[in-house]
Design a protein around this ligand. Structure first.
Ligand SMILES: *[C@@H]1O[C@H](CO)[C@@H](O)[C@H](O)[C@H]1NC(C)=O
Ligand SMILES: *[C@@H]1O[C@H](CO)[C@@H](O)[C@H](O)[C@H]1NC(C)=O
Ligand SMILES: *[C@@H]1O[C@H](CO)[C@@H](O)[C@H](O)[C@H]1NC(C)=O
Ligand SMILES: *[C@@H]1O[C@H](CO)[C@@H](O)[C@H](O)[C@H]1NC(C)=O
Ligand SMILES: *[C@@H]1O[C@H](CO)[C@@H](O)[C@H](O)[C@H]1NC(C)=O
Length: 247
């Protein structure tokens, strides 16, 4: 008796702590996605983060992640990828073209790796000009997926994040858009060999870009700012449509 009572007391006093300890790791509210945090894992994306930051894309994408119904996919060239470019490739670009280059690495839709195996080409990116959105081309063989700009083709090997609404894939090369780096004479850009996926012949100027988001045609009135504001326009436009339906 004399020995069991203290033991019971100890157990009783421990109970609140035990239950607390169990409750502590309980469902943490999924806060905002920390995009720089995703890149921080390898700390080999300093160049990309700098460009995303300089071109305001970091805050733009971040602010849209909450409201997007489509999600986003970011292709993330490593620092090595940028360093392997001929010197001046990026720095020689005007600020507008730098923005375009970065927007070309973002699609206004979430794609898992397996989505790329069945996606129809070209896939719409956030970059665009007067003739429409710029596209990326995907080919696959088994589980191996290649992404191509027409100028650059490379395999997608590493997903840094693959969870709606944001997918991030590491790339070992920068996706140089045909619109900025392609041969002046059109139609001679190397066509990514299609294996089994239904890929149309790449015609980058074609506006027939995959994506069932609200019609791009209506949001392309403002050419100069089109690239930057496309995504935002979609979100706002979509919101307005929803409000219109609800009222
Ligand atoms: C996005 O949602 C998270 C919670 O899910 C919230 O903490 C955050 O403030 C929201 N951000 C914006 C820009 O609305
Ligand atoms: C995001 O993650 C980075 C690196 O892990 C950290 O420095 C930064 O403070 C985080 N930002 C937010 C808003 O949590
Ligand atoms: C983004 O740039 C601003 C200055 O323009 C700087 O204060 C901030 O630390 C930068 N953020 C990142 C994540 O590089
Ligand atoms: C960048 O511009 C400099 C000076 O005009 C030029 O010498 C260099 O070849 C250019 N580099 C590229 C990659 O276009
Ligand atoms: C992907 O690209 C590599 C070369 O980078 C090539 O060997 C391979 O056949 C390509 N695969 C597909 C499915 O296009």
């Amino acid at each position: 008796m004399a020995t069991t009572t203290p033991l019971v007391l100890i157990l009783l006093t421990l109970i609140p702590f035990l239950t607390l300890a169990q409750k502590a790791p309980a469902p943490a509210p999924s806060g905002p996605i920390n995009i720089t945090g995703i890149f921080d894992q390898g700390s080999q994306y300093t160049f990309l983060i700098r460009l995303l930051n300089e071109t305001q894309q970091l805050t733009q994408i971040q602010s849209q992640l909450n409201s997007t119904s489509q999600g986003f996919t970011i292709f993330a060239p490593t620092d090595n990828a940028f360093q392997n470019l001929p010197s001046g490739t990026i720095n020689n670009l005007s600020d507008d073209k730098k923005v375009q280059l970065i927007l070309y690495h973002v699609t206004p839709k979430y794609y898992s790796l397996s989505d790329f195996q069945t996606v129809s080409n070209p896939v719409r990116t956030q970059a665009s000009d007067k003739s429409g959105p710029w596209g990326l081309y995907f080919t696959s063989q088994g589980n191996q997926v290649n992404v191509s700009s027409g100028v650059v083709t490379e395999p997608i090997n590493n997903a840094l994040r693959q969870k709606f609404p944001l997918a991030v894939y590491q790339l070992d090369k920068v996706l140089l858009p045909t619109e900025l780096f392609g041969p002046k004479a059109p139609a001679s850009s190397p066509a990514p060999k299609s294996s089994k996926t239904p890929s149309k012949t790449p015609t980058p100027s074609s506006a027939a870009v995959e994506g069932d988001a609200p019609a791009p045609a209506s949001s392309n009135k403002d050419d100069s700012a089109a690239g930057r504001n496309d995504g935002f326009g979609f979100v706002v436009g979509f919101g307005l449509i929803c409000m219109a339906i609800l009222t």
